[in-house]
Design a protein around this ligand. Structure first.
Ligand SMILES: Nc1ncnc2c1ncn2[C@@H]1O[C@H](COP(=O)(O)OP(=O)(O)OP(=O)(O)O)[C@@H](O)[C@H]1O
Length: 281
């Protein structure tokens, strides 16, 4: 299937819009090259329950390489749970999850580790190592997990810090930075692993309002100038509109509407989507 698909019952919406222009990638290489258009993530009939609470309900969707897909919907509808399943932080009760053609549950530990290297995640709370400098925060995993030399890792880190506009803060510790700056370090740290897909979980929710725009601008730039696949959970509808090839509207653990942003935001088909958008826009 050449476009991101949705669960059965959701009408397919033609046209994901243009994919990223792979030829115009400027700045540092942030992802691992992967044929655009091939399927990178697939969830099939995924159900996750916490006790009697069904948080993901027989969910099907896929994301093609190079696409930017955004999950929106009310609080508690299961958006973050999807990202946590992809990160193998949670195991679904039913269904299959495939990343780059390899199944995650069950999978041998070595395979899980290899799949995890293909996935970068940025969390709501930046989760930086407080005792390490900015540079060390970014180089640590490439050195210890990927086996890069420290010189190679530092060269990559410097390119990424330039991209997120933090070159002059390279030797500082997280506590010396604003929340927005810390989040930009977290973005650089995720990209330093050259993941195929970047998962973004409400990355601006913990920031003071005046710091939100700087972080979103960095992410817009990454979306525009690189070929990385993005799966974002966000309450920033303007951002979702700007960067997404497809927006998925969640409610009660199901995708109730899936469409390119211009369609979903301008002409939503479902009453629930209209109701949600009128509350948040
Ligand atoms: N570890 C857990 N144990 C029990 N319940 C959980 C756990 N994690 C999530 N839940 C519940 O699962 C439901 C979905 O949570 P999730 O965080 O995925 O929602 P969300 O759509 O991302 O919400 P928000 O927009 O507020 O972040 C919620 O009812 C939440 O309370």
């Amino acid at each position: 299937m050449s476009t991101d698909s949705t669960q059965p019952g959701t009408p397919p919406v033609p046209g994901d819009g243009p994919g990223p222009d792979l030829g115009k990638a400027a700045g540092p290489a942030v992802g691992t090259a992967r044929a655009a258009g091939s399927e990178l993530i697939r969830l099939e009939r995924v159900t996750k329950r916490f006790g009697t609470n069904t948080v993901l309900d027989n969910l099907d969707f896929s994301v093609d390489a190079g696409k930017h897909v955004t999950l929106i919907g009310p609080s508690g509808s299961g958006k973050t749970t999807i990202l946590r399943v992809l990160m193998t932080l949670l195991k679904p009760d039913e269904g299959t999850v495939t990343v780059d053609g390899e199944q995650l549950f069950p999978a041998p530990e070595k395979q899980v580790r290899e799949i995890r290297k293909k996935i970068g995640m940025v969390f709501q709370h930046f989760n930086l190592f407080p005792n390490m400098t900015v540079l060390r925060n970014i180089t640590e995993a490439p050195v210890t997990v990927l086996g890069l030399s420290r010189d190679e890792a530092e060269e990559r880190a410097r390119e990424l810090l330039e991209m997120v506009g933090l070159t002059e803060h390279i030797d500082k510790h997280p506590a010396q930075l604003s929340g927005g700056q810390q989040q930009r370090v977290a973005i650089a740290r995720a990209l330093a692993m050259r993941p195929q897909v970047l998962l973004l979980d409400e990355v601006t929710s913990a920031l003071d309002p005046e710091l939100v725009a700087g972080v979103l601008d960095v992410l817009r730039d990454i979306a525009r100038s690189t070929d990385i696949t993005m799966l974002c959970v966000t309450h920033e509808m303007g951002f979702a509109r700007d960067i997404s090839d497809r927006v998925l509207m969640f409610d009660h653990g199901r995708i109730i509407e899936s469409a390119p942003p211009e369609k979903l935001f301008n002409e939503p088909e479902h009453d629930r989507t209209r109701e949600f958008l009128s509350a948040v826009l």
